[in-house]
Design a protein around this ligand. Structure first.
Ligand SMILES: C[S@@+](CC[C@H](N)C(=O)[O-])C[C@H]1O[C@@H](n2cnc3c(N)ncnc32)[C@H](O)[C@@H]1O
Length: 186
């Protein structure tokens, strides 16, 4: 049975209400960089728009056509597809980011594997997630359950573990103000 697309319903308002520290993302991703950035679960392109001038090309991959429809197609390349099976060749992007989306995907392990697969050797993958170890995020998780959003939040250590069998590069966690960034090098 097809799932209700919560994000398509809120897409026109999403970029106005959502907030994240794009300057910190830029710092952790070591931008600017020559090459391509992939924003998985990138929605309306809210974050990749802010990073667009720091890379040669920015691509957003998202399952929600409604969210992608709100993205600026003149500057970002939208691709409709799920993180569990990304429609890109191995080693295609210098940077891969995922912001506030990992807890929404159906399969964490497959999504992690796919994001790492399309990352170029020497590249960086950064996953930004609400930090489920904090009280405020536990409340958000409860609210999303009540809204039947089938969210499943992982703590930063559990996100790092997703990569443990194949990612031998640097891995680190940065956490502040209820948000965690997991950085994985290839
Ligand atoms: C909370 S929004 C975040 C959007 C964007 N990253 C931002 O921060 O503005 C979560 C996004 O993840 C997308 N999403 C959920 N499951 C997905 C999946 N399996 N693959 C790709 N995108 C997915 C949703 O459609 C939605 O656009």
């Amino acid at each position: 049975m097809p799932q209700f697309d919560h994000f398509a319903a809120i897409a026109p308002l999403y970029a106005r209400v959502a907030y994240s520290k794009t300057s910190l993302m830029s710092e952790l991703a070591q931008l600017p960089v020559r090459g391509r950035l992939l924003d998985v679960g990138g929605g309306t392109g809210r974050v990749s728009s802010a990073l667009r001038d720091l890379v040669d090309e920015a691509v957003i991959a998202d399952v929600s056509f409604g969210m992608l429809k709100q993205s600026p197609r003149s500057s970002l390349k939208p691709v409709c597809g799920g993180s569990e099976s990304l429609p890109f060749a191995d080693n295609s992007f210098e940077r891969v980011i995922m912001v506030d989306a990992l807890h929404h995907v159906i399969n964490h392990a497959e999504s992690a594997y796919e994001m790492f697969r399309v990352l170029k050797p020497g590249g960086l993958l950064i996953i930004e997630e609400p930090d489920i170890r904090t009280f405020g995020v536990k409340l958000i998780a409860l609210a999303e359950k009540l809204l039947l959003m089938r969210s499943h939040f992982l703590a930063p250590d559990a996100i790092m573990k997703l990569f443990s069998s194949y990612a031998n590069g640097e891995k680190k966690v940065h956490a502040e103000d209820g948000t965690a960034w997991v950085v994985v090098g290839k």
